[in-house]
Ligand binder design. Structure first.
Ligand code: ZN
Length: 87
């Protein structure tokens, strides 16, 4: 499923960033959702809860900025903007 892949990829990027910073836990995740990603913020949130289970981002607060810019070069993508980490 497309959304599952997108969210798994996001979790993988979060894992890598957390490891690079020596974080013990990720408590907040800020993402930007492209207008052509075919995902609503609510749907993204549901997938995030499922995919984050057992990962360093389990239970993290997810803040989503929904873009309506159809011509943004990242319009089909999900951008990881920032993380709140506990070291
Ligand atoms: Zn879905």
């Amino acid at each position: 499923m497309h959304e599952t892949g997108l969210v798994r990829d996001l979790i993988r990027r979060i894992d890598q960033a957390a490891a690079a910073n020596g974080a013990a836990r990720v408590s907040g995740v800020r993402v930007w959702l492209g207008a052509l990603s075919h995902l609503s913020a609510d749907h993204l949130r549901e997938h995030f809860v499922v995919e984050a289970r057992g990962s360093i981002a389990e239970g993290a607060r997810l803040v989503i900025t929904e873009s309506d810019d159809l011509v943004d070069p990242d319009a089909q993508h999900l951008r990881l903007e920032s993380l709140e980490m506990e070291v």
